[in-house]
Design a protein around this ligand. Structure first.
Ligand code: ADP
Ligand code: MG
Length: 230
């Protein structure tokens, strides 16, 4: 019975997400279509042609970010729960984020001492960490530090992952809105990244606490149960 309720809840989340992705991707696609039509006009000036091409590319990039922010959740059929080595998962996420971090002058510091395993979908978990890291990097336009670490809490049978940045931080109101679909403060934001983060961690029976101070930075604290079989 409990299983059925969980399954139904998952299906509900999945269908809500699918509807959001479809809706959000359609907007940039419609606009790309319009600009391609304009571009086919032979009388178009070189200046306009350049401008429209640039917008078309930007819109396609936007569609791309919507899809990648959602990636693992948009593919529920391949979801498989397994044992996840935290050191491996975090190093891999750090590696994927490294070129983006470089571009923004952000130094990634990983401090991973003890081996620990948790239980969940590897790809979804990685996506959640990448989404947190991406937001952290984007919060440091003038460069800074992104630190990833975790501590194992044996007595409580859990692990606390900490992901912190030295970026612009958030105020009380922003913190409260974090995780709501389409909430974004960025020109080209999707407002979907944190929704995915919360949903993935919830799906792993974890919990998230976000500490932030304007002008100082943000720390995500993720508590996850240790994988008992490991
Ligand atoms: P997006 O990144 O597309 O804006 P997200 O759901 O990933 O959407 O994030 C929502 C909003 O939360 C961001 O626009 C930003 O205002 C805020 N935010 C998330 N993480 C951080 C962070 N580490 N530092 C500052 N603000 C953040
Ligand atoms: Mg984001």
């Amino acid at each position: 019975m409990q299983e059925e309720i969980i399954q139904a809840e998952k299906m509900k989340v999945v269908s809500e997400i699918a509807a959001s992705v479809a809706h959000e991707v359609r907007n940039p696609l419609t606009s790309v279509r319009g600009f391609i039509q304009l571009l086919s006009n032979p009388a178009l000036s070189e200046h306009k042609r350049k401008e429209f091409s640039a917008i078309t590319l930007e819109e396609l990039d936007r569609a791309e970010s919507i899809i990648s922010d959602y990636l693992s959740l948009a593919k529920p059929q391949i979801e498989r729960f397994e044992s996840i080595c935290l050191d491996e998962a975090l190093s891999k996420a750090a590696q994927i984020l490294s070129s983006y971090a470089n571009m923004q002058n952000v130094e990634i510091i990983t401090n991973i001492k003890h081996p620990a395993t948790v239980y969940g979908s590897k790809s979804k978990f990685r996506q959640a960490i990448i989404n947190i890291g991406k937001n952290a990097i984007e919060a440091m336009p003038a460069g800074g530090k992104l630190s990833l670490s975790y501590t194992v809490n044996e007595p409580n049978n859990n692990v606390i992952i900490s992901i912190s940045d030295t970026g612009i931080g958030m105020n009380e109101e922003q913190l409260n809105r974090l995780g709501a679909p389409y909430y974004t403060t960025k020109d080209k934001g999707t407002g979907l990244g944190t929704m995915v983060i919360f949903s993935v961690i919830r799906g792993m029976n974890g919990k998230i606490e976000v500490l932030s101070k304007e002008g100082a930075g943000t720390t995500y604290l993720i508590t996850l149960p240790l994988n008992e079989q490991a």
